[in-house]
Design a protein around this ligand. Structure first.
Ligand code: HAM
Length: 432
């Protein structure tokens, strides 16, 4: 097969240096912030029974009906690549008994949706998500939203906005659906074909139809909480009060509904103005999911890593320093014996935590010195047959150009001392 036929599939791509530095940065910051909130990591399979997603996300949602990769495995099971993380995490937590129902977890990894690839929309994309289980309580919702905001701030993002709404309680849903159907039936002619079908199958989905004609109709609808009980409105008011008290700003988006069926009460999206049509960098909400007769409640969110990284770059965080990843010491070997001796020395230095580079093959000294210069290493160790005979190496300081002959017995200590002095830290392992 020709190499061009072996490219990744549409909407799926490789991640590599240097962009991968952004990914590592975002993952590292996220782990740190999650630690402050007492969250533990969970990793669930990428492949699950299709039924898990159909039951939890809802079998009339776009995600399940149009976007899920579903196929039969070799054992004849209907399986799906996970289109989101919540369903698998809830399956896991439900299986852990009563303790699972009070867990606070996070996850990171690839998700799959067979959408038409375009800017901001991939078929394999990556989420960082959080699920905090437990009964509905506005203060827990506030904490989860605060976590979301602190996380984005910790990444270094500044210009994002929060759109907030409520879907009301389970008891409100029949009335909400009925009222919307009544209002929308009279406007049927202006709805797209899909939405005309949705009038019967899942009227709430009309609210997040992407078609402009449908959106124009949606804008004419009253705020959703007009169809909700006083109890649900009180719940939402308590959340708003908590966010005001904590100092989290948000926009009320009275017709926000979100595209997944498991939500109840609080829902939100975080958007970034630099992203164009697909401006949601994150979305979340409170939910209740029925898994095999067991009802499980909680709140959570997931951010799209591709979109967060694009937003970071739009805000000028494009130059995450590749230098922090480069070698501190470079080894130049003249001849095979020197290469073997240097490989042993590099092993000692790496064991001590130093970042070492070098070539353990016989290129000319000149070519190796050029590579040493390009590598950005502060120190270069040069060894040839003369040094092997004397039991020394040449240590070159790349900033000053000074060269010293250092006995082999002292080289590890000397390098550690010099690198630490430069970095101003106590140990090599923590110096970068
Ligand atoms: P979602 O809104 O479907 O929610 O996805 C969350 C985020 O994933 C979006 O805001 C977006 O940034 C990113 N995303 C979604 N689809 C794509 C795509 N095709 N390409 C690139 N990025 C994408 C959920 O998935 C819920 N599970 C969130 C949640 C957790 N709710 C409660 N707990």
């Amino acid at each position: 097969m020709k190499p061009e036929k072996l490219q990744p599939l549409p909407g799926m791509n490789d991640l590599q240096f240097p962009e991968i530095l952004h990914w590592q940065h975002v993952e590292e910051v996220a782990r740190n912030v999650f630690g402050r909130f007492g969250l533990r990591e969970v990793r669930t399979p990428l492949l699950e029974r299709a039924e898990l997603f159909e039951r939890s996300i809802g079998d009339t949602t776009d995600v399940v009906q149009k976007e899920m990769y579903v196929f039969e495995d070799r054992g004849g099971r209907r399986v799906a690549l996970r289109p989101e993380g919540t369903a698998g995490v809830l399956r896991n937590l439900a299986g852990r008994g009563p303790e699972g129902r009070a867990e606070r977890v996070y996850y990171m990894g690839p998700m799959f949706r067979s959408e038409r690839p375009q800017a901001g929309r991939r078929r394999q994309f990556h989420q960082i998500g959080v699920e905090i289980l437990g009964p509905a309580e506005p203060l827990v919702d506030a904490e989860c939203i605060v976590l979301q905001v602190l996380l984005l701030e910790a990444f270094g993002l500044k210009k994002f906005g929060l759109r907030l709404n409520t879907r009301g309680s389970e008891k409100d849903l029949p009335r909400l659906r009925r009222s919307l159907r009544d209002l929308l039936e009279s406007r049927q002619a202006r709805l797209c074909e899909d939405c005309r079908r949705r009038l019967q199958s899942n009227v709430l989905r009309i609210l997040d139809c992407k078609q402009e004609t449908c959106q124009a109709v949606v804008r004419e609808l009253p705020p959703l909480d007009e169809f909700m009980s006083q109890e649900s409105r009180d719940y939402f008011n308590r959340l708003e009060r908590a966010l005001d008290e904590i100092g989290i700003s948000y926009e009320r988006e009275p017709r926000l509904i979100r595209g997944l069926d498991y939500y109840l009460h609080t829902i939100w999206e975080i958007f970034h103005p630099a992203l164009g049509a697909q401006d949601a960098i994150s979305g979340g909400g409170r939910y209740r999911v029925d898994l095999g007769g067991e009802s499980i409640e909680g709140i959570g969110f997931a951010l799209g890593m591709e979109r967060v990284i694009e937003a970071l770059q739009a805000e000028g965080a494009g130059a995450l320093s590749a230098a922090t990843d480069g070698p501190q010491v470079w080894l130049v070997s003249i001849g095979r014996d020197a290469a073997l001796a240097n490989l042993a020395l590099a092993t000692d230095l790496r064991r001590k935590g130093l970042h070492c580079g070098g070539e353990f093959q016989s290129r000319s000294a000149k070519a190796q010195m050029r590579a040493a210069g390009r590598s950005g290493a502060e120190l270069v160790i040069v060894r040839g047959s003369a040094e092997i005979e004397r039991g020394t190496v040449v240590l070159k300081d790349m900033k000053t150009g000074n060269e010293d002959a250092v006995p082999l017995t002292e080289i590890v200590e000397t390098v550690l001392g010099r690198v630490n002095r430069e970095a101003g830290h106590d140990t090599a392992g923590t110096s970068r």
